[in-house]
Design a binder for this molecule. Structure first.
Ligand SMILES: [Zn+2]
Length: 351
């Protein structure tokens, strides 16, 4: 636990749902945890009691990667943990594999509609299909352009990224029901407002219930780790740090006593404290990037140690480089850095 975490409050203390079990977090809302085979080793999913077309059911928020382990846990939950009720609707906050990977499998089982923003749904289809521009070649070219020289590391990045998304999201439901920013979605007895935010993914949807002070924050606000904010090969000119900071502002109007249900970590209160911490984190990282680029022009790969204070392996580097580049882009868009493409084809940022 880091020092910042002490400023937040965890009403459930250390309680966690056991594998294939649920834990009530509010009336009609149950917490499910699914394992992930990454450094970030779990995702939180939420089951909301619902009634759709006259039938009692659950609306499920996010669903876990497509894996044998996830499917086995879901099967146990369906048998034992859901009061015999079906999943009547699946709502995915965004396209990342831990949130959407099992959607196709669940839909085949329950024929429940998938609710998503159009940006997230379409991006999931593109990435899952490995279309040109979203494939291993494109990833390798992106990393090459941002300072990873041809060699074993670049080969490993190409190899890893080639199948990464499609392995975790092998298929997507062929239809979806669009949710839009500001739309109100009735789930069970509650009204939830869709709060779209950019920066972490294309069109991330969080859900806020003003009446009960509940925020299903997806990956936009997490208690312990900062949300990944990266420039990816599909959108190489993106400015996700600024977009993410704008998205954080949208949560300021939430109630002071809001209980945040995040996709990773534990439910917490102290949302406004956390928003301040996240802003401070990015401000500090931006100044670290400025300091590095004042010493000499930096490619994103060169700037990774200044950003994180350490080096990374190939898997971690894909996220670290994207996040470093995101901060360099913020400074570039603000006119504090200029961008130069050198004779070796590598992009460097200079103060
Ligand atoms: Zn995510």
């Amino acid at each position: 636990m880091n020092a910042l975490e002490h400023q937040l409050h965890y009403p459930l203390a250390d309680a966690l749902p056991a594998p294939a079990q649920t834990l009530a977090v509010a009336p009609g809302i149950r917490w499910v945890r699914m394992p992930l085979p990454f450094a970030l080793d779990h995702i939180n999913l939420w089951l909301l009691q619902d009634r759709i077309d006259g039938q009692d059911c659950w609306t499920l928020i996010d669903c876990g990667i497509a894996s044998d382990a996830t499917r086995a846990l879901w099967s146990r939950l369906f048998d034992e943990g859901l009061d015999g009720l079906p999943i009547g609707r699946l709502l995915c906050t965004h396209n990342h594999p831990d949130h959407v990977g099992s959607a196709h499998w669940l839909q085949q089982r329950f024929h429940a509609p998938l609710w998503m923003t159009i940006g997230e749904y379409m991006q999931a289809r593109v990435l899952s299909s490995r279309l040109p521009g979203a494939d291993a070649q494109a990833t390798a070219a992106h990393f090459r352009r941002h300072g990873i020289a041809p060699g074993p590391l670049l080969d490993e990045i190409r190899e890893r990224s080639g199948n990464h998304y499609a392995a975790l999201v092998p298929a997507m439901p062929e239809h979806f029901r669009r949710i839009r920013d500001g739309e109100t979605v009735a789930i069970g007895g509650r009204l939830w407002r869709v709060v779209v935010g950019l920066g972490h993914s294309s069109e991330h949807a969080a859900l806020y219930c003003e009446a009960d002070g509940l925020l299903i924050s997806g990956d936009m606000v997490l208690p312990r780790i900062s949300t990944n904010v990266s420039v990816w090969e599909l959108e190489p000119e993106a400015n996700p740090v600024d977009w993410y900071l704008e998205a954080l502002d949208r949560f300021e109007s939430c109630r002071e006593d809001t209980l945040v249900l995040p996709s990773h970590g534990r439910p917490f209160t102290g949302l406004h404290t956390r928003l301040g911490q996240l802003r401070a984190h990015h401000a500090e990282r931006l100044e670290a990037m400025m300091a590095a680029c004042r010493r000499e022009p930096h490619s994103a790969a060169q700037a990774v140690p200044a950003m994180f204070g350490r080096a990374f392996d190939a898997h971690q580097l894909t996220f670290a480089l994207g996040e470093t580049l995101a901060h360099l882009h913020s400074l570039w868009y603000a006119g504090r850095l200029r961008r130069e493409v050198d004779a070796d084809g590598v992009v460097r940022f200079a103060a």
